[in-house]
Design a binder for this molecule. Structure first.
Ligand code: AMP
Ligand code: MG
Length: 622
């Protein structure tokens, strides 16, 4: 698809009757307005976007896009908006979406275009299926701009129904899997409900904790607040099977077939009738043919007969068991099997034993792994719905930081955090926006945060959240949104900023990580990682394993400590963990040499050699 050939049009020209005549598009939603959400989702899909509106024109123009009013008077409905769009758009196609559909799919243009092209149609319209019911969404459509005369004639003749003019043109229906994405919001109550459900305020989340002290917050509480506050990104897309590796499934994948499709043999041997096996004397069965994998035996075995069979071959009619070839003897065309070798039903794989047709092969929220690709391939599934990639912007703060390639001035350090953060985000499958180093300067910081916010779903910064004199980061973060600053009961990594900031109608979740290189990684893994996965629509809690500590580890109760360790097989053959070298929060080498982190929880005191401890393995962390 060439997006340059498509103009987007947001339909915001209605009376808002069901909403008490309010202007729907301008209703607050998710920290901004509904139309801002639609705009944000439509813009990346098309060459330009315009808004069709009939009142509050200046406010709509404030979004920086053209605003087109109806030519047909008296609120003639969405078709009048379509007409206005067709008359003014300068591209081959026009794509429309209503202003009250803040969750519209990220691949709306692409899929409608594909549907229109393959059907050779004039207009493609989105269709979803809910509980077996087909639902057409006429306001989500892609149409040829050349249809303007046909539509105008229909409107001039008094036609108002969205689909009333379909008989005069060629229409293609395009099925989308994610019915939720087409959900429009019709009443103010519905809007309020969705808004509060989707966008909690930090104060509300925090109030659920019995004792909340931002200056001495246990790790567990911080994790819980973050988990309750972040919300998943709702856009989804269809991708070809291989491209789904590492992505998050957006819907259950239901098996279209039984796996295996037929009863078949688990062994190379002889298929026979279980009832032919006497308990105490050898059975002598006549071999009447051979069944190969992919080439069935098409006769039927009668009593006293058997069929030579290969692994995976369809069970011949009449047979219910397979005896492995190494357990029998064959004389001419007779197979002899000793008593007690086999029970009826042995070595037969049943149709649907792996998966039954109609059952969920994989669940929404699963991160697709190599085995899942194979499983989906075994079902003949060519493409799968996945969540759109999460966009994460990140930058480092600090006047002392230099980027690779710059001379290292007196008292300066190279910026390493941006590289560890890059690595951790990359492994998590995010789309990255690397914004470089930002100086400890209020204006530069504000601009960077605003840019990040307008272009990403989440922002990760490092440095500037402790109490240093030149750290303006906190003030500016607080000014831009709902952000809280914690001192967490942990080592390394006490300071953490978390919240949600907004700029120009866009918003993003913010993780202000500490500056120290080890603290950055620890804070990322134990706070940001799970939150980002949640935003990606995945559930993948950190798995800690238990291992024996090879030596004493000194620790005071009252805070969580993360020590870098090496997990290896001990002298007794069992896994044992040893702490690596100096544990200072700036010593990145300790992280690089380690293959795991030992997690010593709040209440834990000094660990004795031989005690079991919790360990987070680095390999396998996404
Ligand atoms: P801050 O929290 O900004 O006071 O930083 C704490 C410590 O981490 C200081 O020693 C910084 O120089 C160091 N630091 C901050 N950001 C980075 C970075 N991106 N790369 C390496 N070290 C950093
Ligand atoms: Mg700093």
């Amino acid at each position: 698809m060439n997006k340059e050939s498509i103009s987007g049009l947001i339909l915001a020209g209605g009376r808002g009757t069901r909403m008490g005549h309010v202007d729907k598009g301008l209703q607050p939603f998710g920290g901004t307005t509904m139309v801002a959400h639609v705009l944000a989702r439509l813009e990346p899909q098309v060459a330009t976007v315009a808004i069709n509106a009939n009142r509050n024109l200046d406010t709509y123009a404030g979004y920086g896009v053209p605003v087109w009013t109806d030519d047909t008077p008296d609120y003639a409905g969405p078709l009048a908006g379509l007409q206005a769009g067709l008359r003014r758009c300068a591209t081959t196609y026009l794509l429309t979406a209503p202003c009250d559909s803040p969750f519209l799919p990220a691949d709306l243009a692409e899929r409608l275009h594909e549907g229109l092209r393959t059907a050779g149609a004039d207009l493609a319209v989105a269709v979803t299926e809910e509980n077996g019911r087909r639902q057409v969404h006429p306001v989500f459509c892609l149409l040829k701009a050349s249809l303007e005369p046909v539509l105008s004639a229909y409107l001039d003749g008094g036609g108002r129904r969205m689909d009333g003019w379909y008989p005069q043109i060629k229409v293609a229906e395009v099925l989308f899997d994610d019915a939720d994405a087409f959900r429009n919001i019709n009443t103010l109550d519905e809007l309020r409900e969705l808004d509060t459900v989707k966008v909690p305020r930090l104060a509300d989340v925090v109030s659920c904790l019995s004792a909340y002290d931002p200056d001495a917050l246990p790790v567990r509480d911080a994790q819980r607040i973050i988990r309750d506050f972040v919300t998943p990104v709702r856009a989804t897309e269809m991708v070809a099977l291989r491209a789904a590796l590492g992505r998050v499934l957006a819907a259950d994948v239901v098996s279209p077939i039984n796996v295996p499709a037929h009863d078949n043999s688990a062994m190379d041997g002889y298929a026979l009738r279980g009832s032919d096996l006497p308990a105490d004397v050898p059975a002598r069965l006549r071999v009447i043919g051979t069944a190969y994998a992919g080439r069935a035996f098409d006769g039927k075995a009668q009593p006293g007969e058997c069929v030579r069979i290969m692994t995976g071959a369809v069970m011949p009619a009449g047979c219910d068991s397979v005896v492995p070839q190494e357990f029998v003897t064959v004389e001419d065309d007779t197979m002899v099997i000793a008593p007690g070798t086999l029970r009826a039903g042995d070595n037969r794989r049943l149709a649907g034993e792996d998966l039954k047709a109609g059952s969920a092969a994989l669940r929404a929220g699963k991160i697709v792994r190599p085995a899942d690709l194979g499983l989906l391939a075994s079902l003949g599934v060519a493409e799968v719905p996945v969540q759109r990639r999460l966009r994460v912007a990140f930058f480092s703060t600090g006047d002392e930081l230099r980027s690779i390639g710059q001379p290292l001035d007196e008292g300066c350090v190279y910026d390493s955090n941006r590289y560890t953060i890059y690595g951790m985000l990359q492994r998590q499958g995010c789309d990255l926006i690397d914004m470089g180093v930002v100086r400890d300067d209020p204006q530069a910081l504000e601009q960077a945060l605003r840019d990040a916010c307008e272009n990403a779903d989440a922002i990760i910064t490092s440095g500037g959240v402790s109490v240093g004199a030149a750290d303006y980061t906190k003030q500016i973060m607080a000014r831009l949104g709902d952000v809280t600053f914690w001192k967490i009961g942990m080592r390394p990594g006490r300071p953490l900023a978390f919240g949600r900031i907004a700029s120009n109608g866009r918003s993003a979740f913010l993780f202000g990580l500490p500056g120290n290189p080890v603290a950055v990684m620890v804070s990322f893994y134990f706070f940001a990682r799970e939150a980002l996965l949640r935003m990606m629509g995945a559930e993948a809690p950190l798995e800690l394993v238990r291992a024996r500590s090879a030596a004493t580890i000194r620790k005071k109760p009252g805070r969580t400590e993360y020590q870098r360790g090496i997990l290896a097989r001990g002298a007794d053959g069992q896994p044992a963990v040893t702490i690596t070298g100096a544990q200072g929060s700036g010593i990145l080498r300790s992280m690089s040499e380690a293959n795991c982190m030992v997690v010593l929880h709040d209440e834990q005191g000094t660990v004795q050699a031989g005690d079991m401890v919790d360990v987070l393995l680095f390999e396998g962390l996404i």
